[in-house]
Design a protein around this ligand. Structure first.
Ligand SMILES: Nc1ncnc2c1ncn2[C@@H]1O[C@H](COP(=O)(O)OP(=O)(O)OP(=O)(O)O)[C@@H](O)[C@H]1O
Ligand SMILES: [Mg+2]
Length: 784
């Protein structure tokens, strides 16, 4: 039930100073039902009521909003709240209205009529609104500045609150350029107190905020950043059989509670959410690859408990301030870039002060990946700047704190707080982190990790992280890593991003290659399908089952898409030594197997994610995933084992490639013709190249025929040799055409793989693929 407004004391200027603690407590109880102020709330409220600027540093969920909400009901006039997110504003306005406090937000998402009503109220003799929420972009417009001036001239502005004030600082982790424009507020509205609120404790950011907002002798309030109700824990991916299963078990064992799972990449979100859903956990995906409408509906469902788990990229982290109090678990499925980001994101847990957990899944691959991104992200943003080296160093140093949090022993809570300059005794933790609760177990894990790390460095770093030049760019698009810092990219709830059409146009314009535009279009169609599904418009009740069926036609189309995408990848990368048809079939089968039961929508989504992966992956990644696809395809199809045949042809090919390579080194005579090659292999004829890429199903019959000894029959072995030969020719032609650094000796590559296979290393080969090897292949694919 709505409450009526308590009469505001008639105050003129300094009159408010007379409001004592009891008066303020009365307001707190009346409107919010709380019995006492928390932390530094009372000091902040008193400061702004007395007309003083205030910089308020309180932890996430600490109750910063109250510092401007109480003044709004204690003092006549309007409190202007500047907030980075429309969703956050909507959320707060709804809550305030329910409590009987007249609050409004102005944004481009409002209907024209609603906007008009707000403006009419503001222009009226006595506006009823007490809290007016706006975005920084709106404040920067000439029209709104004029409106503010008018309110100011009429003495109606009582306070300007700048929420998430760290967004103003390029030193902060959420820098938002439009916040910079707020620096003119002080000169436009002299005498109106400014309250800056943030949970970002870095001293440099604090200084930057105070200077940028031109705060005058502000009262600086700093509460402890300790979140005693959050239990901190790290899980080591490299020591787990399957992190996906580990996560779903963790969520299930906690009773499907309200949770947030942060991932680095959109494709991981899609994949992980599908996995959780399959395991009976109510989950949805949130990332900037979704239309803004879909994002809003995911957020609304999560806020209203229709969905329990949101699997999100940092696009959701940007929604800091969204008030769902009962988030019990915040999980980072990939290591965040800094302690600041980690603190903010994990701080979404337990805002109701009840016991909650922060779980970070740490992986050595993830660490290297993030280091790579940080180097390139900073380089990319600062290409022309002489500061770039310093910035790279700065972000790597910040990241090292995160690594130390995971790889070091000792209290995790202490590490968090010390990174913000707070010195505490380890006893403060009271065994509410894994290190304090189970020190021996954590030490044991760290030892195991160390030995993994040693072999990891030896085996993997060179191959996994030497990426093509496209890596940095593609990482950015997939990970949304730069989104928060770059307003040109589709910013979450940016006021300048009012509708889906703008999203699509902007995405298309941003596409680097013409092929990307076509792909984006396809993604868009898939997104819409997904949106319809989530909104219940998708599968109709009548023929639900039919619509969910993945038809043969759809599967064929998907295969064709993969085939085309592989060709495009080949154009992009210069070379791909793969059988495209078999690889396309493998990728499609992977999607089908995974979502056969869940239905078309998820299947389409997985196809889209895989296509996206193909457009951005490096040669190594694609080869790693697909070089042994035929065996997988055959096993997926339930065919008999053909690995012997595959192996033999592969060995032949390897031998041939090696021989050709050694010829290359010693004598430059032309490459042998296929007939020469075939006769060398003991064959009698040269089959037509059109048979290249014959499906696996043909293998059996051709094998039988070959056994019958019919001379003109083309065996699969021969087909493979033809295919391999043509690929080799392509490779050579390509080398002749463009001036690339020498192709890495294929013989070295092939024999290295062979050796690795023999020694049972991480590269999974075709033959002898048992349950275990396919599992590790699956694991590797997921981590990409
Ligand atoms: N004095 C209080 N007593 C009890 N609960 C409070 C008090 N003040 C605020 N809260 C509640 O604490 C929760 C978090 O408050 P709020 O959203 O203002 O946090 P915040 O500091 O802005 O966090 P964030 O940095 O995440 O935005 C809210 O549900 C709010 O109602
Ligand atoms: Mg807040």
């Amino acid at each position: 039930m709505k409450k009526s407004m308590l009469p505001v004391r008639e105050v003129n200027g300094s009159g408010c100073q007379n409001l004592g603690k009891e008066d303020l407590l009365r307001l707190l109880r009346h409107y919010f039902g709380y019995s006492g102020f928390r932390g530094k709330q009372l000091e902040a409220i008193n400061a702004v009521l007395s007309g003083r600027d205030c910089f308020c540093l309180m932890p996430t969920g600490g109750g910063k909003s109250m510092c401007y909400q109480i003044p709004a009901v204690a003092k006549p006039g309007i409190v202007l709240v500047i907030s980075p997110l429309i969703a956050l504003m909507e959320n707060q306005v709804q809550i305030l209205r329910k409590k009987g406090i007249p609050a409004e937000f102005l944004s481009s998402t409002l209907a024209v009529n609603d906007r008009q009503k707000i403006h009419e109220d503001l222009n009226s003799g006595k506006p009823s609104v007490r809290l007016l929420y706006v975005t920084p972009e709106l404040v920067a417009t000439v029209g709104f500045t004029a409106k503010l001036k008018k309110l100011y001239d009429r003495g109606l502005l009582s306070l300007v609150a700048v929420d998430e004030a760290h967004c103003i600082s390029s030193w902060g982790h959420d820098f938002r350029p439009s916040y910079r424009k707020l620096s003119s507020l002080r000169s436009h509205l002299p005498g109106v107190p400014i309250l800056a609120l943030t949970a970002t404790a870095v001293p440099k950011v604090q200084k930057d905020v105070i200077e940028s907002l031109c705060l005058q002798q502000p009262l600086i309030l700093r509460a402890s950043f300790n979140r005693p109700n959050i239990f901190y824990k790290v899980r080591y991916k490299d020591l787990l059989d399957d992190p996906y299963t580990d996560l779903s078990n963790l969520l299930k064992s906690n009773g499907n509670v309200c949770s947030i799972v942060y991932c680095l990449e959109r494709s991981t979100c899609d994949d992980l959410s599908a996995h959780l859903s399959k395991n009976g956990i109510s989950s949805a995906v949130y990332h900037a690859g979704l239309s803004s409408k879909l994002r809003s509906s995911v957020l609304a469902d999560w806020l209203s408990s229709k969905t329990q788990v949101v699997v999100a990229t940092v696009a959701f982290g940007y929604s800091s301030g969204i008030d769902r109090k009962d988030v019990r678990i915040v999980c980072h499925f990939n290591i965040p870039k800094s302690m600041e980001a980690f603190y903010q994101e994990s701080g979404r847990a337990g805002r109701d002060q009840l016991p909650s957990s922060s779980v970070l899944y740490y992986g050595l691959d993830d660490r290297k990946r993030m280091e790579f991104i940080l180097r390139n992200a900073t380089g990319k943003k600062m290409e022309a700047s002489s500061h770039s080296n310093g910035l790279i160093q700065k972000s790597l140093t910040a990241f090292n704190q995160m690594v130390e949090y995971c790889e070091g022993s000792g209290c995790r809570r202490k590490k968090i707080l010390e990174s913000f300059g707070e010195q505490i005794p380890a006893s403060l933790c009271e065994k509410s982190c894994d290190s304090c609760k189970h020190p021996n177990l954590v030490l044991q894990h760290l030892e195991e990790l160390q030995s993994k790390s040693y072999s990891y460095k030896k085996d993997k770093i060179s191959s996994t992280f030497i990426k093509s030049s496209t890596f940095a760019a593609s990482e950015g698009e997939n990970t949304e890593f730069w989104n928060r810092e770059d307003e040109d990219v589709l910013l979450d709830e940016d006021i300048s991003d009012p509708d889906d059409e703008a999203d699509i146009a902007s995405t298309t314009i941003k596409s680097r290659m013409p092929t990307d535009a076509a792909l984006n279009k396809k993604f868009e169609i898939l997104q819409r399908a997904e949106e319809a599904y989530y909104k219940g418009k998708g599968p109709s009740k009548k023929d639900n089952s039919d619509k969910r069926i993945i038809s043969e036609t759809l599967r064929k189309e998907s295969k064709n898409r993969f085939f085309n995408a592989l060709n495009q990848a080949k154009e992009r990368l210069g070379i791909l030594l793969l059988d495209f048809e078999a690889s396309a079939a493998f990728l499609e089968m992977e999607c089908f197997k995974k979502y056969e039961k869940t239905g078309k929508t998820f299947y389409n989504s997985q196809v889209a994610a895989t296509l996206r992966w193909l457009t951005h992956s490096s040669i190594e990644q694609i080869h790693d995933r697909l070089s042994d696809r035929s065996a997988l395809t055959s096993s997926c199809c339930g065919q008999d084992d053909v690995s012997g045949i595959e192996d033999k042809s592969e060995e032949n090919f390897h031998g041939f490639v090696e021989e050709t390579n050694s010829r290359e080194k010693t004598d430059l005579s032309p490459i042998p013709s296929f007939s020469e090659f075939a006769s060398k292999m003991g064959k009698e004829h040269c089959p037509d190249s059109s048979i290249v890429g014959t499906s696996v199903s043909a293998t059996h019959s051709s094998k039988n025929l070959a056994n019958d000894g019919v001379p003109m029959v083309v065996t699969d072995e021969e087909k493979n040799q033809v295919k391999n030969y043509h690929e080799l020719l392509d490779m050579k032609k390509h080398r002749e055409k463009i001036d690339l650094p020498p192709i890495p000796s294929f013989s070295e590559f092939a024999s290295k793989k062979h050796k690795e296979h023999r020694s049972g290393s991480s590269i999974v080969r075709t033959s002898g693929r048992g349950k275990h090897s396919s599992k590790s292949a699956e694991k590797r694919i997921r981590l990409q």
